[in-house]
Structures are given as C-alpha cells and as structure tokens.
Design a protein around this ligand. Structure first.
Ligand code: 2NL
Length: 340
C-alpha cells in the first residue's frame, strides 16, 4: 500500500511541475483526489486488509491527500498570480503617447448666416418666433390673402399632406399665428425651413430656409420699412451698401416692393457676382395688406405694419460667393471645411 501511495505522489508531483494552466491543475486534482480518483480506489480496496492494517493505511491515505491538496492550493495561487501578471503586462497603457484628437465640428454656412441675421434683428428689438413646418392650408395661404386660384397653390409648388394640411411653403404662417396670439406692438422675425416641390437644380432645393419679418404698431409707415431694411442690409453686407426699392406685387402686402442693394463685391461697378448689374436683389417687402390684418383680428384703421421675406440660402450664397444651392445640402466636408 505504502509503495502504491508513494507511486501516486511521485506521478502527481511530476504532473504538477509540468502543468501551466488552472484547467490542467483541476483535471489533475479530479483524477487523483476526486470521488473516482486514485485515492478513492485505494480506500475502496481496504476491505481486504486486516483490522490492524486498516486504520494505518487510512491514516496514510488521508495524510497523503492533505499533502497533495496543500500543494494544489499553493500551485493554484501561483498560477493565478502568473495570470494576473501576464494580463497586466499585456494591457499596459503608455500614458505618454499623444492622444487621438477628435475632429472639431464647425458651423454650417447657412447657420453662420442665420445667426448673423438673427443677431442684427435682435439688436433692433425684434423677437424670434417659431412655428410648425406641417401647417394648415389656412395659415399658409388663406390667412395671407392668397386666393384659391393663385399659382403658388398648385400641386407643382406645394407638398400637400391632405386637403387642409401642407408643408409650409414660407414662414408667414408663423407671423399669422403670432398676430393671433399676441397684441401689437409686434416686432418679430420667423426663420425656418420651408418646402416646395421643385426639381433640384443650381438654384432650387425642395427644402430651403426662409426668414420673414413683421412689424405691427400704430403709425407704422413705409419709411419705417425702408429705414429698418436699409439698416439691416448695411449691417449685413457693409456700411457702403446703397439700397433701392422697385415696385412689385405680393398678395399679402400693399404696396409691395423688392429691395436691391449695391453689389458688395464691386460696389456698383458691375461684376461676375451681380452679373454686371451693380445691384443684387436682396428681399421682398411691403405694407401688410389690410385684409391680412383683419383676418388676424387686428383693426387696419388703428394699426398698420410692414413685412418682408427672403431666402436664407440665396443670401448665404451671395455672402460667400457660392454658385450652386446643392452644395449647401450635400454635406461634403471638402466644401463645408472652407467656412470657418
Ligand atoms: C419673398 C417675399 C415676403 C412677406 C413676405 C408677410 C407676412 C405677413 C403679412 C404680410 Cl403675416 N407679409 N410676408 C411680405 C412681403 C414679402 O417675402 O420674396 N420671400 C422669399
């Protein structure tokens, strides 16, 4: 028996020094010390021993088992330490390496222009109002005195959701909603996205931005309109810009005008940007039509007002010398990176 136990110990020690993982260690433990292990076999065969031998052999077996268990514990411990060491070595981080810089975002040229315009009007005491992009036909057309047979109503220009709901084609509905909800004096601009079912080309995009403005109070005249818009354009494009007003027609203003400014590139000489005109068309404007005031619940005998509107996209293109509106919507970083 003793030789048998010594042989098990010897074999165990050889295997113990050879193994290198805790899985191998566990396998060895089960094979030698487990329920079906080699020691259990010996204990089972003890029936053939004499009554004097039995406790002696039992003692030997138990001592041997304890010895081996102790060895397993200590090897297990050092294997664990070794695993932690390798893990730490492999995962070492060189904190002296330069970091990975995340690229710095920038403002889109449309938003740069938008902010500049908003700040100019905020300085002049205007508020900024917003409203829904999915809008009732009433606010988009009806309340603005745009008759049922007006060409802007046609399917080719407007995205209809149903009979009464459209994607707004201008931000005027925001002004109407403001007239309904606030009392004069009103001095507001409404910047935002608008939608028209146009085919895409160098000057058309089905989604674009518009900024409209509205001033309503007692005694507002065309002189207020001219003074305000002249100042706006000077702050926007430069003090030396000269403005001129040409008669025009809009259903929602009377009288109506289009405002031109001397080209900020050639100062009126005529160049590529203004196509030799010396002037650039900047915006549409006029005195709010009495019908529009009435529909909004404001007495045109007591109050008057002026309104204006322009495309943010076109003004951005004018300001930066961009000749194709598609560039503003393609998100091509090579293009956008130029505007910082
Ligand atoms: C243009 C011209 C304009 C308005 C918009 C307006 C709004 C109300 C009442 C009266 Cl609530 N008018 N808006 C007035 C004149 C011109 O826009 O060419 N836009 C791109």
């Amino acid at each position: 028996m003793r030789e048998q136990i010594d042989a098990i110990k010897l074999k165990f020690n050889e295997r113990l020094t050879a193994l290198s993982t805790s899985e191998e260690l566990e396998k060895l433990r089960v094979e030698v010390l487990g329920k079906k292990g080699e020691f259990t076999q010996i204990l089972r065969s003890m029936g053939s021993l004499s009554a004097e031998e039995r406790p002696l052999v039992g003692k030997l077996v138990n001592e041997a088992k304890e010895e081996l268990e102790e060895k397993i514990r200590s090897v297990k411990e050092s294997l664990k330490e070794r695993a932690t060491d390798t893990k730490l070595k492999n995962e070492v981080i060189d904190i002296t390496l330069p970091g990975v810089k995340s690229p710095m975002g920038g403002k889109h040229p449309l938003m740069m222009t938008m902010e500049k315009i908003e700040n100019i009007f905020l300085e002049m005491g205007f508020t900024i109002e917003e409203g829904p992009e999915v809008e009732l036909d009433y606010y988009n057309f009806e309340a603005l005195n745009i008759p049922k047979d007006h060409p802007a109503r046609g399917e080719q220009d407007t995205f209809y959701i149903d009979d009464q709901v459209v994607l707004r084609t201008q931000t005027s509905p925001v002004q109407i909603r403001t007239i309904e909800n606030q009392k004069p004096p009103i001095k507001m601009i409404s910047p935002g996205k608008v939608y028209r079912s146009d085919d895409v080309d160098a000057t058309h995009s089905p989604i674009f931005y518009q900024i409209e403005g509205l001033v309503i109070d007692k005694g507002i005249t065309f002189a207020d309109l001219k003074g305000t818009l002249d100042l706006f354009v000077k702050k926007m494009f430069g003090d030396d810009i000269i403005t001129k007003f040409r008669p025009h027609h809009f259903p929602f203003t009377e009288p109506s005008a289009e405002m031109d400014g001397t080209c900020f590139v050639c100062h009126g000489e005529g160049c590529k940007v203004c196509k030799g005109e010396g002037f650039m068309e900047l915006l549409g404007c006029g005195m709010v039509h009495p019908e529009v005031l009435k529909k909004g619940g404001i007495d045109p005998e007591v109050y008057s007002g002026f309104a204006f509107g322009f495309g943010l996209d076109r003004m951005t293109m004018q300001k930066f010398g961009i000749d194709d509106i598609r560039l503003l919507y393609e998100s091509d970083m090579r293009f956008l990176k130029q505007f910082k």
